[in-house]
Design a protein around this ligand. Structure first.
Ligand code: PGA
Length: 237
């Protein structure tokens, strides 16, 4: 069993999402893989509703940790809950970099989401400069320590290891790099561990065969039904 999560980022209107699922359902085969679609807020209700019929989970890509209040443009967890989504992404490198989310803010979000009963996909990863300077393990350890400070239960926690330099670049980490890094992360924390960063329908079988890889977080390849169906059909003989 693998956990295969799509991160649609800022892609797909409701119309496009519905068209995607028509194609996806034609190609998808029965497996025991767990499938999650992290969709934009505007399509989240549609995706969650379809997920109930078609057996996948819906996830939000973001939320604000406050219950409510003067946070123009933000969405609270009770609003996410109302859409039917039960999973949230936290700590994605695009939010860390483009939206200046700090380890402290990420920690607040993780605590609030786990307390509210959400499943959390917590993303971590080093930049190319950090890897080249031999700092990968130190960076990952710091992100995990700070991100999970005061978190008492890891029951609903999934970690996604996404080397920043591999996201959306077509540069996948080598199998040896994934193997070594996943083994290191598992010494720090024993929760399901996904790989992310240019994972696609062509490299997924190899990646899924690496020890300590419990699934994938998929950006680009999750936007195309034909490609993502190949990934989620993993394990089907
Ligand atoms: P990618 O994105 O598969 O397009 O590299 C992965 C992610 O950002 O989660």
């Amino acid at each position: 069993m693998k956990i295969i999560a799509a991160n649609w980022k800022m892609n797909k209107t409701n119309k496009e999402a519905k068209a995607f699922f028509v194609e996806f359902e034609k190609l998808r085969r029965k497996t025991n893989n767990q499938i999650i679609f992290c969709a934009p807020f505007t399509t989240l209700s549609t995706v969650a509703k379809l997920g109930k019929e078609l057996n996948f989970a819906a996830g939000a890509q973001n939320f604000h940790p406050a219950k409510n209040g003067a946070f123009t443009g933000e969405i609270s967890l009770s609003m996410v809950l109302e859409t039917g989504a039960r999973v949230v992404l936290v700590g994605h490198s695009e939010r860390r970099t483009l939206f200046r989310e700090t380890d402290e803010f990420i920690n607040e979000k993780i605590q609030v989401a786990l307390t509210a009963g959400f499943k959390v996909i917590f993303c971590i990863g080093e930049t190319l400069a950090e890897r080249e300077q031999g700092k990968t393990n130190a960076v990952l350890k710091k992100q995990i320590t700070k991100g999970l400070k005061d978190v008492v239960s890891y029951n609903n926690l999934i970690i996604a290891y996404e080397p920043v330099w591999a996201i959306g670049t077509g540069l996948t980490a080598t199998n040896a790099q994934i193997k070594e890094t996943h083994a290191y992360i598992k010494t720090l924390i024993d929760v399901p561990l996904l790989y992310g960063g240019s994972a696609n329908e062509k490299n997924c079988e190899e990646i899924f065969a690496i020890p300590n890889v419990d699934g994938a977080l998929v950006g680009g390849a999750s936007l195309v039904a034909e490609k993502f169906a190949v990934m989620v059909n993993h394990g089907r003989k």
